[in-house]
Structures are given as C-alpha cells and as structure tokens.
Design a protein around this ligand. Structure first.
Ligand code: ADP
Ligand code: MG
Length: 699
C-alpha cells in the first residue's frame, strides 16, 4: 500500500488529534487507509426532488426546494421548541426543532431558497419534518443535493464531537485526492478484465461519492467480490498447503471388522444418506490425504452409526480410534451404545472422563500405548497430554461447536501422522457460512431421517393457556409417555436461573402430585446429574425439569413432550436442539413453546419459525438472518473474527459462491500461486493476517 495512505489519521485536514482519538476508539480508524475503507451503511438518492403537494407522511425521505415562511419559538427550558413553515408554491409543511434552537434561529434565513431533506410524518393532520436538513440552494453549486448521498454509522460519542455522518463524508472528500493518487490495483489486470470489475481506484471513489445507481452497484460489486474472493483464496490456499504437507494414514482395506459388523450386527438398514456419507468418508481416508470432514446431520439422523462404521475402518487398517463428546452424560451414552452394538466383535472399547478413577486411568493409558485398546470414548479428558496412543488413526468429535479451537489442535498432535478428523454437528450451518467458517473442511450432509419418524408437532402457547398445557401433559403421561420441562439459562445470574428452575419445579410438583418428577441443572455434580438422567431414562420419573443441560444428544425415546418455558429467551438453534430431544421413538411427539405476551419482533419470528418447520437448515438460515454471522454458534468458538467490511454473508450468498468457484479454479491450476499472472494474488495473500485463519489448520 502506498505510503501516504498509511499516515496517521490525525494528519488528514479536518481531523486533528482530538477527533483522531475518537475515530480510533470508536471505529478503529488509525490511518488514511482505514478511513478510506470505512464504507457507508446506506445511501439516499438525492437526485430526486419532490413538490410539497406530492409529499405524504409515509415517505422515507424527501428532498424539496422551497423557502421558510415562518419561524417561531414556543415554550421555555426543556419544553422549548421551534416551529417553522416551509413552502414551495404547491403547498406548505411544518418544520419542528426540539434541539439546537438557538443555532437554527441565528443561522436560518426566511425567504431564501433552501434544499430541504428529511423524513416527513403526519401530525395532527399536517405533514411535518422534525429536525430537517436545510442547505441554502444556489444554482449550479455542488452540494449533496442532486447526488446519491452516503450515510456512515456513527456513535453518540462521535456525534457529540462533531463527527456526524455528514462530517465523515466531508473527511472522505478531503481524503479523496490523496487516495486517487495513491491507490494501486490489488487484482491482476487480466482478472479485472475477465470479471468486468470496476478498477479499485474508481470503486473506492464511487463507494463514497456515487453519481449514479449504476456506478454505485459496480463499485459495491467490485469491493464485495474482492473481499470474499481473497478470503476464499486464502482458505483454499491454506488447505492446499496443508494437504501437501501432511500425508494422512491410508486406509486401504475395508476389512473384517467393518464387514462383519455390517453383515451381522447392524440392527437396522442404513439410510441412503448414511451410506452416501460413509462412501464419501471412505474415499477421503483412502486418498493419502489427511481427512478433515464436517458431518452435518439433523438431530436423530443417525450420525453415531456413521461414526462407528468409520472407526471400524480405522481398526481394520491397524490403527486406533477415538470419539470425543462434549459432556460426561453424552460420552457415557455413546460408550454404552457402542459397547452394546460392538459386543459380538470383542473389541476393547473404553470410556475416559473426568470422573474415571486413577486406577482405571492407568490401565487405559497402558493399553493405549501398547495398542491393545481399540476405541477410546471420552470427554475433554481425552485431550490431556498424558493420554497418548500407539497409533491413532481417526478422531471423531461429536457436537463440535462445544469444543474450542485450541482443544481440537491438541488432538492433532497425538500422532506423528495426524489422525483423520471427523467433526459431527447437529447444528446445521447454512451453506454460505460453512463455506467461510469451515471453508477448508469438506462437508458431508445426512439429509434424511431414519424411516418411521414422525416430525415433532410444535405449538406456541401464551402463559394464559398454561392450564390447557398441563391437561395435555397429563393425558400424555397417562398414555405412558414422559415429559421434559426446560427453563432458560440466565447466564449473568446463575442464582436467579436456579430460582426460576426451583420455583418451576415446585409448581409442577403441585400440579402433578401423582407423578415422580426429577430435576437436573448445571450446578449438580456430574454423577448426580447422570443419576437423575438415568432415573428418567429408566422411567422411574415421568417428568424431568431441567435447564439446557439436557440439550445435547441424550436419547430417551419414550419422552414425547418437550415443554420449553420462556421460549422467547432461547435462540433458534437452541430451540431446535431442545426439540430434537423428543421425536426419537415411534410415537407422535410434541414441542410446546410457552411464552409471555410481550414478544419482540425477533422472538416472534423465532417462535413462528419453530412452529412452521422442523427443517434444521431452514432454521439455521433464518437464524443467520436474524442474528448475523458474528453471533452464530460455532463462529465465536472458531476464533474467526468476522470483520467483513462490505460483504454480508447472509445477503451475499450467491456472490460468495461465485467467489469461491473462481478461487477454486485458480488454486486448482496453480496451487502455490507461482504463475506470473497470479503474482498479485500471492502478494495480497501475504498481506492478509494469518492469525485470522488459524482455525483452518486445526479444525
Ligand atoms: P444423531 O445424529 O442425533 O446423533 P443418533 O446417532 O443418536 O442421532 O441416532 C438417533 C437414533 O436413530 C438412535 O436411536 C439410532 O439407533 C437410530 N438410528 C440410526 N440410524 C438408523 C437407521 N438407519 N434406521 C433406524 N434407526 C436408526
Ligand atoms: Mg448424536
């Protein structure tokens, strides 16, 4: 980047030390270049002028040329206000100021032509504009009127220090001549031509000062495309480097264990989707490259079986396998399921969690090292440095979003040849997001549920329908079913959370004196929690009251009703996860969302979405739109800071796909970007911070 653009922002005319400090602390703008890349968040078309007779209170913004005919102050102190009348020969409208009255009275003149700009609204049957923008109108002179005006996000603190959106625009004007002479192209000429991109210099000008909608679109396209393209190029080039650097175990054979399990022990026919995924994995692990695959499949889609079959592939090829789960309950459940299913094969399968006794630990450590242990299932305890394998060939990570990046990295180091990694998640990640967050992982999807499942029926009740809900529950329990009640977790206040749960528990006990009711929450010891869960699983309790600790993976097929209290307080993906706890058996299951009357717009959309669909991907897409990518589960933990400057993952999905295709082509043809024509790509990638993409080597 040219040197002048790297100057401290305080040296830009109109800034100075005070404003520079605010630009830094509020927006992270340190240099000329930072300001140049501070893009408007919206544009208002000021090429169009209205006549007052055509203006009504529903229009978003209008621009009118006219004169002020009246200016009159009323009231005093905080009741003071200034009223005006604005006319243009076709009619009149009212102007109102609550603030800055002194300044307005001193500076605005009556009977002089002004360009008025503002949001009209209807008040007492008349159109008025509160705090209008008024610029003296001089024919031929350049003002924002007559152009497309850019608006910049600002903060309260900025506004107080004279850094309004308009002021930022002014600074951009001061910066423009410097930028014009200093910007150099960041994409090769052939590329700019091929994709009909606006040159960078022009794009960076018109993004701030568009003179037509068409130019604005071109500038936006160029900058968004560049941003997405370089991220994809970076991800793909890291991936290709990694594939070249690390040779994976080659699982050459489908052996005895896999075959005899498949033919003799499989309790049911695999779904087409399960078979497809196993084929994809098989291809990967036989290729000589280390596998890094994300397996997405909705709750109940049968991911465990896929994991099991893959672990058998590993064993058949002389290596050990490991399955890691985020909680003790889940690890234990996996252990029991796998042990049962694998019993006829006489494998050595063991469980390692935080509560494994020292004596057993020692045995496990020994067996891992001498290779007599085949499959190790466990929690985070697996990652400890003490846990060393003789030859680890495959690691399966269940419900991956609960693991931090650093934890996954440690698994990699457990073998000289890095093990194949299969990450499983029931939180569907929208395709566009997966392309970025997990852009270097290969993705497999189980998009089919085992046959005979009935979709969970979801209902939304306001609190006044509580009696009816209790009645419904009673009927279900009479039929022999079991019921979950989930209360929200209030992270700031564990105490309050507990109180919520506690009083909920008391109420439910009073309503259902004839039934046994259990309770689990985060403050219980793992052993106590397990005991409660087991009581529920064994049908000793009919109702389980809990916080979200039951969210992940626990399988109680006889539970057919999930009641979620204060459902408006849960995120969409969490609601979906919770709902996945029921509907695991053959009976019709229900999810009941209880909420208060006061619902924000977002909560309403969340609850409506839940009632409308059980499709995890549709839910994930909605979630992404509601929350934006920065908040998506998985992205915070992934360590990827989403500081996209102009593109938007949820809105620019198509462009992202395009950028990815283009980047794929380039890397496929020139993996190390050594070709002369690709020089500029290499230079640009070098400039991108590697830290931002650390996750890609360890996922
Ligand atoms: P998840 O993908 O949520 O981890 P699980 O692996 O726990 O799902 O599977 C959910 C349930 O479906 C389990 O009880 C499992 O035994 C059963 N299941 C898995 N695959 C099939 C299949 N192909 N046919 C019938 N039932 C299956
Ligand atoms: Mg599971």
């Amino acid at each position: 980047m040219a040197s002048k653009l790297l100057q401290d922002i305080k040296f830009l005319p109109g800034v100075g030390p005070k404003k520079a400090e605010i630009l830094q602390s509020e927006l992270g703008i340190y240099t000329f270049n930072d300001l140049l890349y501070y893009f408007p968040y919206k544009y208002v078309d000021r090429t169009r002028f209205y006549k007052i007779r055509d203006v009504n209170g529903n229009m978003p913004h209008v621009q009118i040329i006219g004169k002020i005919s009246v200016l009159q102050k009323t009231g005093e102190g905080h009741k003071a206000r200034l009223n005006g009348v604005f006319t243009d020969g076709t009619g009149s409208l009212d102007l109102v100021w609550f603030k800055g009255i002194k300044w307005v009275m001193k500076n605005l003149k009556k009977d002089v032509p002004y360009v008025l700009f503002g949001k009209p609204s209807l008040f007492n049957g008349r159109v008025n504009v509160v705090h209008p923008e008024l610029d003296e109108y001089k024919e031929g002179e350049q003002t924002t009127a007559g152009a497309i005006q850019a608006f910049y996000n600002t903060t309260e603190k900025m506004k107080k220090n004279y850094l309004s959106s308009k002021a930022i625009l002014k600074l951009q004007m001061n910066l423009a001549p410097v930028a014009r002479s200093e910007i150099s192209e960041t994409m090769p000429a052939w590329f700019v031509q091929k994709f009909k991109l606006m040159p960078l210099r022009e794009a960076l000008y018109f993004i701030h000062f568009p003179d037509s909608n068409e130019r604005l679109r071109k500038a936006q396209f160029r900058l968004k495309f560049e941003e997405l393209f370089y991220i994809q190029l970076k991800i793909l080039s890291l991936k290709s480097n990694r594939t070249q650097k690390f040779k994976g175990h080659v699982f050459q054979v489908i052996g005895d264990k896999f075959n005899s399990f498949y033919h003799k022990c499989l309790p049911f026919e695999m779904t087409g989707a399960q078979k497809k995924v196993i084929r994809e994995i098989r291809r990967d692990v036989g290729s000589g490259h280390q596998m890094n695959r994300l397996l997405q499949g909705d709750v109940g889609s049968g991911k465990t079986l896929v994991a099991l079959m893959c672990m058998l592939m590993a064993l058949d090829n002389g290596t050990q396998a490991s399955l890691m789960a985020p909680t003790e309950i889940l690890a234990t459940q996996h252990y029991k399921t796998l042990q049962e299913m694998l019993a006829p094969l006489h494998l050595n399968v063991r469980l390692l969690t935080g509560s494994t006794k020292t004596k057993d630990r020692k045995i496990i450590h020994g067996e891992l090292l001498d290779g007599t242990l085949d499959i190790l299932i466990g929690t985070h305890a697996l990652i400890e440095a003490k846990v060393a394998f003789k030859n680890l060939g495959l690691v399966v990570i269940d419900e991956q979003h609960r693991f931090g990046v650093a934890q996954r990295a440690k698994l990699w180091q457990k073998n000289t040849i890095p093990p194949h990694v299969l990450v499983m998640t029931a939180t569907p990640i929208p395709r566009t997001l997966a392309m970025t967050v997990y852009g270097d992982l290969d993705v497999s999807i189980i998009d089919e549920l085992p046959p005979g499942r009935k979709p969970v029926k979801t209902m939304h009740f306001y609190d006044n329908k509580r009696k009816r809900m209790f009645q419904f529950i009673r009927e279900e329990i009479r039929k022999g079913r079991q019921v979950y009640f989930v209360f929200p977790l209030i992270e700031e206040s564990e105490k309050l959370d507990y109180k919520n749960l506690e009083s909920g528990f008391e109420t439910i006990k009073k309503v259902f004196p004839e039934y046994h009711i259990g309770m689990v929450h985060g403050r219980m010891k793992p052993a106590e929690k397990d005991e409660e869960m087991m009581r529920f699983k064994n049908r000793e309790t009919q109702i389980l009251v809990s916080t979200t600790v039951i969210e992940v993976g626990v399988d109680v097929p006889n539970a057919s009703v999930m009641v979620i209290e204060s459902a408006e307080r849960f995120g969409l993906s969490q609601l979906h996860q919770l709902r996945g706890r029921v509907g695991r058996g053959a009976d019709q299951s229900y999810c009941i969302l209880m909420s208060s009357y006061k619902l924000s717009k977002e909560s309403t959309i969340r609850l409506e979405t839940m009632v409308r669909t059980t499709d995890g991907f549709e839910i994930a897409e909605t979630d992404l739109k509601l929350r934006g990518p920065g908040d998506m589960e998985g992205t915070q933990q992934s360590g990827l800071g989403f500081n996209l400057k102009i593109a938007n993952i949820s809105r620019d999905g198509e462009l992202l796909q395009h950028a990815r295709n283009v980047a794929t082509d380039i890397i496929d043809n020139d993996p190390l970007l050594q070709h002369e024509l690709n020089n500029l790509f290499r230079v640009q990638l070098k400039k991108m911070k590697n830290t931002q993409f650390n996750w890609s080597v360890i996922s």
